[in-house]
Design a protein around this ligand. Structure first.
Ligand SMILES: O=C(O)/C=C/c1cccc(O)c1O
Ligand code: FE2
Length: 312
């Protein structure tokens, strides 16, 4: 088996509230070199770690992570909707392999996903139905959250199970790094919001449009500096990337949920997808980070990174 990683920040504001053309050009260049790595690697299977933003997972039942044997995307923020091309056989094999390794994995036979999953598939492969994929939801938004060590253990178990498939497997991480978008919080929420976060009542098209406009406006305010949102933290983001580059993944075990939120904002926990993906690659052998791009992009409410890594 050979393995590789692409880490790719997502933002629903891409194309809706873009930064200056020079920033866009630098991002495009980084994404294009990630695409080139993917083309050369030619994956037979993609394991995609991504969060959800209260479109598929709700407090009625909120697992810390969940692997899908089938999935469909809701098409939020203009992302592609419809079924993902899930490799159900591979997903079942990976689920069994992960459970056999003592990780209490939740499995979904019909997962609902949002732009967190759809965007990297569209960016890297041109659509959500182009490559055999195993979607793995990693909760990066809904507190309380468990220790980061469990995410590293999940990634390690997935990597070990994937190694037994004897395929070229690309692990993709979607999310983060530091960012503090206006995603609702259950604690202290007014009853109608709390009910939606718990039950997941599907929004009407008007409600969805209003919620999305609120995020777009937040991006404009963030870029203009007129907001109370926690600022993007390039030092913290680069510390994370340094540890991933060095392969010092055990060091993440001492990171705490409270400190991560203080350093990187309420959605900084999306970096859990990166830790999982790199732990999966590390479980297959030594690796090298072959490209690394980072830029703070307030218009997208994102400490935005693109990295690639390949087994040595
Ligand atoms: O409101 C949402 O659904 C998500 C917002 C958001 C904004 C910026 C970066 C991200 O990773 C997000 O999920
Ligand atoms: Fe997100």
């Amino acid at each position: 088996m050979t393995a590789a990683v692409v880490g790719l920040s997502h933002s629903p504001l891409i194309g809706r509230n873009d930064p200056e053309p020079e920033v866009l050009a630098r991002v495009d260049e980084a994404v294009e070199s990630a695409r080139a790595v993917v083309r050369r690697f030619d994956p037979e299977l993609v394991v995609l770690y991504a969060p959800d933003h209260y479109n598929g997972f709700f407090y009625k039942e909120m697992p810390p992570f969940c692997l899908a044997t089938e999935a469909h995307a809701v098409g939020d923020f203009g992302s592609q909707g419809g079924p993902l091309s899930v490799d159900t056989d591979a997903a079942r094999t990976l689920a069994k392999g992960v459970l056999d390794r003592g990780i209490d994995l939740t499995v979904s036979a019909r997962m609902t996903v949002d732009h967190g999953f759809a965007q990297p598939l569209e960016v890297l492969f041109g659509g959500i139905d182009r490559v055999p994929v195993v979607p793995v939801f990693v909760n990066g938004v809904a507190t309380p959250l468990g220790p980061v060590s469990r995410i590293r253990a999940l990634g390690t178990a997935v990597g070990q199970a994937a190694a037994a498939l004897d395929k070229r497997v690309l692990f993709v991480a979607s999310g983060g790094l530091s960012h503090d978008p206006p995603v609702p919080v259950l604690e202290g929420a007014p009853p109608r919001v709390a009910d939606a976060l718990i039950e997941g009542n599907p929004p009407t098209p008007e409600q969805r449009a209003k919620g999305e406009e609120r995020v777009v406006q937040a991006g404009r305010d963030y870029a203009a500096g007129s907001t109370k949102m926690i600022p993007i933290n390039p030092a913290w983001d680069n510390l994370l990337l340094d540890q991933l580059e060095r392969g010092d993944l055990e060091e993440f075990d001492s990171w705490t949920v409270d400190d991560m939120a203080a350093q990187g904002g309420g959605s900084a926990h999306e970096v859990r997808t990166w830790i999982a993906a790199y732990a999966s690659l590390a479980a297959t052998g030594k690796y090298e980070m072959t490209s690394r791009f980072y830029e703070a992009i307030p218009a997208w409410i994102a400490g935005f990174a693109v990295t690639t890594a390949e087994g040595r």
